[in-house]
Design a protein around this ligand. Structure first.
Ligand SMILES: NC(=O)C1=CN([C@@H]2O[C@H](COP(=O)(O)OP(=O)(O)OC[C@H]3O[C@@H](n4cnc5c(N)ncnc54)[C@H](OP(=O)(O)O)[C@@H]3O)[C@@H](O)[C@H]2O)C=CC1
Ligand SMILES: CC(=O)C(=O)O
Ligand SMILES: [Mg+2]
Length: 753
């Protein structure tokens, strides 16, 4: 299918993708149980009559009792399917289904595709306008110009929900965001640039209008269509929308128009821009070849002709994807959440600015990983990737705020911070659990020591930690730390504190400190000197011990137990505590805490009881009412075995201690977690499935945690080390930067203790 980009697939593969399993890309999933007769009576007749009457009395109640408020129709007649042209309503269905699933994937907006088999503008309008009761918003898609302008304008006037032609405004918003950053990088002022737009259809006209509204003078823009330059006085193939952009120019072809131009904006068809045309453009030309599926010119061709160019396409498999997918899910999210009556210009500009600003910030690790290479703001990264999780928090909030500021919000958001948290948790359950911890870390920034500052993943974590405002990173590393930070896109690496064990003035104090601790454990002074100079875990832990940092993060360069062993040469557990590890499993609707997954091989009854109490405390700190299950292969003595006494004694110890949470055991994991199986044990003291699982021993605990991490559907946080006097977190060797930041935040915020 395509041999030039870095993603290859065959036509067969594309067809199989769409046909395998269940044909197509969407299905409907019920949000209410449909298991019993009673459920059916409530969901349908007779129960359904109650909300019917309520809505008849007060139409706004439709938002409370139906899916309307989160439902968007993606509607097309297939007259301009991508850049493939007019292939009809039915052929557009795969694209419309695709848009519907993107709505869901990126912004948790429910969406359904509707293909209307008509090119008659009035019929199209009548069909859509009577759908208003069904939907919270209408996304028009792939309707050719000029019909699309009339359709959208009329529907906007007639409907009281947002109507948004994505090829026009979605594209305009994203290309404006990309252009803001490309101009920024090349030091240009929008008022002095010359731009050539190829295409004069839905997308091209809307993009040009927005860019002119942002300050580019009308006389600096030349627009071309299939017949060449749209000049003043041209009569052939014109309409009122093209005429509005006709230029006073002697040029007649795209090639002539491009001579000396700063910007090429392609919204036409694949292959329309040839390398020799690009050669004529100004220095550092900006080339947005946005036709889909094939751009006007491919990035390799453009780069060969002009190595100094900044190049963007509409595709995800090249750098700089300027595609409306970056916009429409998040724009509708914001509009739906305030029940906006429309999506106005202020909301569009707010979205463009928010997206542009995001690209100038440090790229999160999961995004860098998805790209397969590291990215920071520059010619190959002028626009965030659609799967950047920050889009979901930032863009809808900006759109919702603009809707409120311009008086089109029917349900204003009273607490914007709370709304942003809600946005994050819609997609990523981990973040809702962590939100408080992140807030806490921001409110009380602490000094966090990243002991393995020679590792790129650690540097990334330190950057994210600082840029997120979560605290002050302190790095252990050599003198190239600033250069390496700069290479990762940090503009002020000198602001980062780092300690080099070969040069640190603290070394002699550290050696004394360590020798004092280890002299009766078989260590000579010179052993201690060597440890301080050569072991970053020891050196890092000593920095914490001497008060240079509050929290320590390490673990990516060594096995867990080796890292822990070194750290414990320097730092102590809390008085009367034995450190242990917790893995936190975060699913779509549940969070489970599993312990001890990392430290104690055969916990005694006392230790099992301690682990239960302390893990319950962590669960509480993370907003969950703990229900502890002591796990075993056996449930209440069945099958009988030799290893149950420890667990029973631990349960008895909790009885004696009179703890304030539910606990029960011994029980198998399915009994602990499955409500149906639980019902077989009416005497059990757990009122609901357990959310704290105390494991009987390290073997089963560690391997369960690792299996779940590798195979399970849940997101896994941890292992989180608790019980140390100074907060220390030891990550796994496979940890990503985001995972390191999470551990740092949990430790700094006092949740992991
Ligand atoms: N990256 C993105 O996010 C998006 C990309 N697009 C892409 O933009 C393109 C246009 O889409 P849309 O505006 O919806 O479609 P329209 O049908 O509304 O407009 C197409 C326009 O392109 C012009 N055109 C077609 N071929 C050429 C050519 N070889 N040279 C010059 N002009 C040409 C047509 O000229 P004429 O008027 O003479 O017929 C027409 O003006 C498509 O390729 C689409 O995939 C669209 C939306 C978003
Ligand atoms: C991306 C898009 O909407 C298009 O190419 O039509
Ligand atoms: Mg489209």
């Amino acid at each position: 299918m395509n041999d030039r980009s870095n993603v290859e697939f065959s036509e067969r593969e594309a067809l199989l993708f769409h046909s395998h399993d269940r044909p197509g890309k969407i299905e409907i999933v019920a949000t209410k149980p449909m298991a019993t007769q009673r459920d059916l009576s409530l969901a349908y007749s007779p129960g359904v009559a109650v909300p019917v009457k309520a809505i008849a009395e007060d139409p706004a109640k439709a938002y409370d009792y139906t899916a309307k408020g989160n439902l968007v129709a993606v509607i097309s007649n297939g007259t301009a399917i991508l850049g493939l042209g007019n292939l009809g309503a039915l052929a557009s269905k795969p694209v419309m289904e695709g848009k519907a699933v993107l709505f869901k994937r990126f912004a948790d907006v429910d969406s359904i595709d509707i293909e209307l088999d008509t090119e008659d503008v009035d019929k199209f309008i009548s069909a859509v306008e009577i759908m208003e009761p069904s939907f919270g918003g209408i996304n028009l898609e792939d309707i050719g110009a000029p019909a699309c302008f009339i359709i959208e304008q009329t529907l906007k006037e007639r409907m009281n929900i947002p109507v948004f032609h994505d090829d026009q405004h979605g594209t305009a918003i994203i290309s404006a965001a990309g252009l803001i950053n490309a101009l920024h990088l090349t030091g240009r002022d929008i008022r002095d640039c010359r731009m050539v737009v190829n295409g004069a259809g839905a997308a091209a006209i809307a993009c040009t209008e927005l860019i002119k509204a942002m300050g580019m003078p009308h006389d600096n823009v030349i627009m071309c269509d299939r017949k060449g330059v749209i000049y003043q006085g041209r009569e052939e193939g014109m309409d009122q929308w093209k005429s509005a952009h006709a230029a006073a120019t002697d040029t007649r072809t795209l090639q002539e128009a491009l001579s000396g131009a700063d910007i090429f904006l392609g919204l036409s068809a694949g292959g329309a821009l040839r390398p020799e045309m690009v050669m004529e453009m100004a220095d550092q030309p900006i080339i947005f070849a946005m036709a889909n599926p094939d751009p006007e010119i491919t990035p390799p061709e453009a780069k060969e002709a002009r190595p100094d160019a900044i190049i963007a396409t509409g595709r995800s498999d090249y750098p700089n994807q300027v595609n409306n997918v970056l916009g429409f899910p998040f724009i509708f999210r914001g509009a739906l959440d305030v029940r906006a009556t429309t999506i106005n210009d202020e909301m569009k500009i707010a979205a463009a600015e928010a997206i542009a600003a995001l690209a100038r910030q440090q790229v999160p690790e999961e995004v860098a990983a998805a790209y397969g290479t590291s990215h920071s703001f520059g010619p190959d990264y002028i626009i965030p990737a659609p799967f950047d999780p920050r889009l979901m928090e930032i863009v809808p909030a900006a759109v919702a705020q603009a809707a409120m500021d311009t008086g089109v919000a029917r349900l204003p958001i009273l607490d914007m911070d709370e709304y942003r948290h809600r946005l994050k948790s819609r997609l990523n359950p981990t973040t809702s659990v962590l939100t408080l911890a992140y807030d806490q870390a921001r409110a009380h920034p602490r000094r966090v020591l990243f002991a393995e500052g020679e590792e790129e993943v650690v540097l990334r974590a330190a950057i994210q930690f600082r840029e997120g405002g979560y605290g002050i990173p302190v790095l252990v590393g050599r003198d190239d730390v600033p250069d390496r930070l700069r290479a990762l896109g940090v503009s002020d690496p000198e602001e980062y504190e780092y300690h080099n064990s070969r040069k640190s003035p603290l070394v002699s104090e550290m050696v004394e400190y360590l020798y004092e601790r280890l002299q009766r454990r078989g260590y000579l002074r010179r052993d201690c000197e060597r440890l301080v100079n050569q072991d970053r875990h020891i050196f890092g832990a000593l920095l914490v011990a001497l008060g240079e940092a509050d929290v320590m993060i390490t673990g990516v360069t060594r096995q867990y137990n080796q890292s822990l062993g070194q750290v414990m040469k320097v730092l102590d557990p809390m008085e009367g505590r034995r450190p242990f590890g917790i893995h936190i499993l975060v699913g779509k609707s549940h969070t489970v805490f599993m312990a001890d997954t990392t430290v104690n091989e055969r916990p005694s009854p006392e230790l099992l009881a301690d682990i239960a109490e302390q893990t319950a405390a962590v669960a509480r700190r993370m907003g969950h009412e703990p229900r502890v299950a002591f796990l075993s292969y056996s449930t209440f003595g069945n099958p009988p075995g030799n290893w149950l006494e420890n667990i029973r004694d631990a349960v008895a110890l909790l009885d004696a201690r009179g703890v304030s949470f539910e606990y029960e055991g011994e029980m198998a994991p399915d009994v602990a977690l499955n409500p149906k199986l639980m019902k077989n044990y009416q005497f059990s003291r757990l009122s609901e499935p357990a959310n704290v699982l105390v494991m009987p021993g390290l073997q089963s605990a560690n391997l369960s945690a690792k299996l779940l991490r590798e195979l399970g559907g849940d997101h896994v946080i941890g292992p989180m080390l608790v019980g140390m006097a100074n907060p220390v977190q030891i990550a796994t060797m496979s940890a990503t930067a985001s995972e390191l930041v999470t551990l740092a935040v949990l430790a700094a915020g006092g949740i992991a203790r």
